[in-house]
Design a protein around this ligand. Structure first.
Ligand code: IVH
Length: 663
């Protein structure tokens, strides 16, 4: 037995050492294959002899624990942001302010500004105890379970000269290379791709299943040590000590004696950062000495002892070869510039979004122009200007299309809309396919089919709208390329399963313009079922919290189209859920079609009160009329409503009386 314990101890220590070298120091001491064999060996031993397993074993890095909800926890020290500077002058102003407070004898550190997600790690007795996101700066989300899967973050520290109780802050980033292959895999699987590594890192840290987080290529650079008993009197040496304890501290941090040296660092990295495998959006300059930092202190938002210098977005020039016009599932037309491929911020750019006709007009884009391209926060970069000097004589101004490139219908542009639309909703192929793809998506009806299947179903003429999906037969599916008994069974099964999807998700899946996840939820909760929603007036729709005029118009327009009604009726027949779920035993139909107006403030959120009304079979209406049965009067309710209700003789009840009605 003792032998086994020793074996587990040794393997654990050995694998930890490999991990530290690989993830923190970027040194491979053994091949991945050898590592995996040893890890498997340790895993097997730990399964058989769990009493000897170490709490911080490298096998734990694969995750497995599931986050139910992310607890919000107050930060021990506020998590502030940094003030930004954009040029030399602003940097010199900062230096002048610093020297006014602390004299002339000081130095700075220069570090890269990592473009990721800030994180605060707490350690007690050398063990990671908690990881919080920044949140609103005074409290953040507890993402400890997920952070433990990031292999460059030590779960237990090396050496023994760390403070007993401290915090360390840094940035969780996704490497560019990791991001590119990760996004590619998602694209191939028909999943939504992330716009940039920062979003991917942020999305990863908020996942419920830590085993999934473990698969994401995340890394973490630490840049700020907090707490009592710090090892040194200056920031630079503190981070050097942290490095010895096992933290990943950037090798690119330097000390600078004055602004000229800072500028040298900035100029060097403005170019060199393009070769890094992670995104940086600037340089962070900090007063090095901690006592000086304390003398300078903080403003409400940021430290006075540190500042960020933001790089100008990288800009390249390339040829506009042509413009294509994409038709989205709602019929919205998006012009896209096809460019001569060029390297920009670590990737090759071939296309740039032009968003709408106004942008083309604003840029005064001509055919075969040389354009300046920048990367913003989106995947597709944008054209920010034109090199007029290179414009060839007689080149034609770009003329926006007047007809849909896919179906030839004349495009329409409603006042107030930035985009042109193809109105041929039910016969324009990309709109039909787009709607189907949206409908079957993972967050929607979650039907086991991808873009290729939709394409095939469409091409064979089997499916023209979402209701057709539920009429598909095994016979038809077997006619699709690559479909065998098993795949047919899977698809039919998942269609069957999708009938259980909740009303709010179904509503979202229908792809009604402006009705996203949140709006769908609001509408479903408020109206309770499709019948009530279908017959709601514009006014009633607007009265639902956060529903604006354009959403209301879009709903009215949707239900006014007989084709939509037909689709909904077919979906109802197929057995899809067009009402909020309520188990009969839980809610009785106590309010039986009675209509309620809710006004004022209550002890419970107003939306919850409305939800109860629909749960118990009542109907929510917005305005008091002769048809209203009850007015539930809360605190500070509008006097006009009250007066009207009194005049019409409508029963006015309190929140308590209402609760009694449904008890
Ligand atoms: S120091 C009290 N150092 O930039 C100041 N921040 O825009 C502590 N960031 O919230 C921050 N790289 O998330 C610091 N080397 C670096 C950084 C850095 C990136 C982030 C951090 C901060 C944000 C401010």
């Amino acid at each position: 037995m003792n032998e086994i314990k020793i074996k587990i101890d040794n393997l654990t220590a050995e694998l930890k050492e490999y991990n530290y070298n690989y993830y923190v120091l970027a040194k491979s001491l053994i091949t991945d294959f050898e590592f995996d064999i040893k890890l498997k060996e340790l895993q097997d031993l730990e399964t058989e002899f769990p009493q000897f397993a170490h709490k911080d074993s490298p096998t734990k890095r694969v995750g497995g624990e599931v986050n139910k909800d992310f607890k919000t926890v107050a930060h021990r020290y506020l998590m502030l942001s940094l003030a930004n500077t954009y040029n030399e002058g602003e940097l010199r102003d900062f230096d002048a302010r610093v020297s006014k407070t602390i004299g002339n004898n000081y130095d700075y550190t220069c570090e890269l500004k990592f473009d990721g997600l800030s994180i605060s790690l707490s350690y007690f007795d050398g063990k990671l105890t908690q990881a919080l996101t920044r949140g609103d700066g005074s409290s953040g989300d507890d993402v400890t379970i997920n952070v433990k899967t990031i292999k460059s973050i030590p779960i237990s520290l090396r050496g023994n000269d760390w403070p007993k109780d401290f915090e360390i802050r840094g940035e969780v980033v996704m490497t560019r290379s990791g991001f590119n292959s990760f996004n590619k895999t998602r694209e191939e699987a028909g999943e939504q791709v992330f716009a940039n590594p920062r979003n991917a890192a942020a999305g990863s840290l908020k996942m419920k299943d830590s085993a999934e987080v473990a698969k994401r290529p995340l890394d973490c650079y630490l840049y700020y040590l907090l707490g009592e008993n710090q090892p040194a009197d200056n920031h630079y040496d503190n981070l050097m000590a942290a490095k010895k304890w096992g933290f990943k501290v950037s090798d690119f941090m330097v000390k600078a004696a004055n602004v000229d040296e800072i500028l040298e660092y900035i100029n060097y990295w403005d170019e060199a950062r393009k070769e890094l495998d992670f995104d940086t959006d600037g340089v962070v300059i900090k007063v090095n000495n901690i006592a000086n930092q304390q003398r300078l202190g903080f403003t409400a938002k940021s430290p006075r002892w540190a500042i960020a210098y933001k790089f100008k977005a990288e800009r390249v020039e390339t040829l506009l070869e042509s413009i294509s016009y994409q038709v989205g599932r709602t019929g919205a037309i998006t012009p896209v510039a096809n460019l001569t491929p060029i390297k920009l911020a670590g990737s090759i750019v071939k296309r740039a979004s032009l968003h709408n006709a106004d942008i083309i007009e604003l840029l005064e884009l001509h055919e075969k122009d040389f354009v300046f391209v920048e990367k913003g926060g989106e995947i597709i970069p944008k054209i920010v200007g034109i090199n007029i000097e290179k414009r060839v004589a007689n080149s034609q101004k770009i003329k926006y299309i007047s007809h849909c490139p896919e179906c030839g219908s004349a495009l329409v542009r409603t006042e107030g809309d930035a985009k042109h639309f193809c109105p041929n909703e039910y016969h324009c192929p990309p709109q039909i396919k787009g709607k189907l793809e949206h409908f079957i998506g993972r967050k929607m009806m979650d039907i086991a089919a991808g873009e290729a299947t939709v394409e095939a179903l469409f091409n064979k003429g089997f499916v023209r709208n979402v209701a057709d999906l539920y009429d598909l037969s095994a016979e038809q599916l077997l006619k699709l390329d690559g479909f065998k008994d098993k795949s047919v069974e899977n698809l039919l099964l998942s269609l069957e399963k999708s009938k259980e999807v909740s009303f709010e998700r179904l509503l979202f899946s229908l792809g009604i313009r402006y009705v996203g996840e949140t709006v769908a939820k609001k509408l479903a909760t408020y109206f309770g079922n499709i019948q009530a929603l279908r017959t709601a007036s514009k006014m009633e729709l607007i009265m639902v919290g956060d529903i604006g005029e354009s959403i209301a118009d879009s709903m009215i327009e949707y239900f006014a189209d007989p084709l939509n009604i037909e689709i909904i009726e077919r979906l109802i027949k197929a057995g899809l859920k067009f009402e909020i779920e309520k188990s009969e035993s839980q809610y009785e139909n106590k309010l039986d079609g009675k209509s309620f107006v809710v006004s004022g403030k209550f002890t419970i959120p107003r939306d919850d009160l409305k939800r109860k009304i629909s749960d118990y079979g009542g109907k929510n209406v917005s305005a008091v009329s002769a048809k209203t049965d009850f007015l539930i009067a809360g605190e500070n309710m509008g006097p006009a409503k009250l007066k009207k209700a009194e005049k019409l003789g409508i029963e006015i009840i309190s929140e308590d009386e209402f609760i009694n009605m449904i008890k």
